[in-house]
Design a protein around this ligand. Structure first.
Ligand code: UT7
Length: 325
């Protein structure tokens, strides 16, 4: 039994926060932000719009794209570092919002690598026969943990959600999850931290990041994950049609692209200029946009890679498939 993505969806909140808006909030300017990050704007959720609301919207779009109903879902996995609550899980809130009555539900936390980690779980559940249809959702309300007085982080983050349906349904077209690799390094856990919400601290709510240090790891780790993922599938760089890296910074994306010298730069898909860094949601939003705007041919390969707090990183290789899985 092979797992494939049979539908994708995403949701971006309406409110746009531009670099010009940020100039009025902290000591920064459009030129610095664009040249250092590639970001021009990002989306911010409304005061009454939460991670589970955005996740449910992305999930509805993915279910419609897959042509299945909520009651056909066996498992809901939500990747997030900004859940509505510590308990109940955002996946349970989404389960009831969708009316996915027979679905089990759990959250996973792998920071910006959450989508790839959740994809590995979904693939395993489907390929062992435990589930037929897994609904994977990544959703982040990063604005809720962003310190809008800290110019080194507040320019980076945006809110948004992405989703996909991973299925063993042999009748559906989709993208086979050909190979996947995951990694982590807890030695570097102090580089990206949200101290509150756990049992150690209660009042330190804002995300803190050692940006420079993180930058150095990001390119190296994502490149190695991509290469490992290709090796696992017995493929070469020239076999990839599209690369979707985590949308953390245009300089990280461009540095990645340079390391894959046989991949034309226009085949590296970007959304960072308009949505900023949406953490776990980022590669899923980009994947959904790519699939909606490009005609992907049978056999074409899309390589996803992400990196984030933990540290965590990983990659997943998708192969377009119209055949029986
Ligand atoms: O999603 C998880 C993974 N996250 C990432 O991959 C993020 C990785 N890191 C980065 O993308 C970059 O390190 C940042 C965008 C966060 C920062 O860019 P940088 O080129 O590493 O800048 P820096 O931190 O070295 O700061 C350079 C200067 C500093 O001033 P001094 O000390 O040289 O006088 C900062 O204070 O830029 C200053 N600065 C700013 N200036 C204007 C920092 N933030 C700003 C700002 N506007 N918003």
């Amino acid at each position: 039994m092979k797992a494939k993505i049979i539908g994708t969806g995403s949701y971006l909140p309406e409110r746009v926060l531009t670099n010009q808006d940020l100039e009025k909030m902290v000591d920064t300017n459009d030129e610095w932000i664009v040249s250092r990050t590639g970001m021009k704007e990002r989306r911010i959720a409304g005061p009454e719009e939460f991670t589970s609301d955005m996740g449910a919207a992305a999930a509805r779009a993915a279910l419609a794209d897959a042509g299945i109903s909520a009651d056909e879902v066996d498992f809901i996995i939500v990747a997030t570092i900004t859940p509505d609550y510590l308990c109940p899980s955002s996946s349970c809130l989404i389960q009831t919002a969708l009316g996915a009555k027979k679905a089990a539900a759990m959250d996973v936390q792998a920071a910006c690598t959450g989508y790839i980690y959740a994809l590995a779980i979904a693939k395993s559940f489907v390929e062992t026969g435990l589930c037929k249809n897994v609904l994977l959702i990544a959703s982040e309300k990063l604005s809720s943990v962003t310190d809008y007085k800290d110019r080194s982080t507040c320019i980076l983050f945006g809110d948004g959600a992405s989703a996909c349906v991973v299925s063993s349904d042999a009748q559906k077209k989709g993208h086979l999850i050909s190979s996947i690799c995951l990694a982590s390094d807890g030695e570097q856990s102090d580089l990206i931290v949200i101290p509150s919400g756990g049992c150690r601290t209660s009042a330190q709510h804002y995300l803190k990041m050692a940006g420079n240090e993180v930058f150095k790891h990001a390119v190296r780790r994502m490149e190695s994950a991509c290469r490992e993922c290709l090796n696992l599938a017995g493929l070469k760089e020239t076999d990839i049609s599209w690369l979707i890296p985590h949308q953390a910074n245009i300089r990280i994306i461009d540095a990645m692209a340079k390391r894959f010298e046989h991949l034309p730069p226009e085949r590296v898909f970007k959304t960072v200029h308009k949505y900023g860094n949406t953490s776990a949601s980022s590669v899923g939003i980009a994947l959904d946009e790519l699939l909606k705007q490009e005609q992907i041919q049978e056999g074409e390969k899309i390589l996803l890679t992400a990196f984030g707090g933990g540290l965590t990183w990983g990659a997943a290789l998708l192969t377009a498939s119209g055949e029986s899985a």
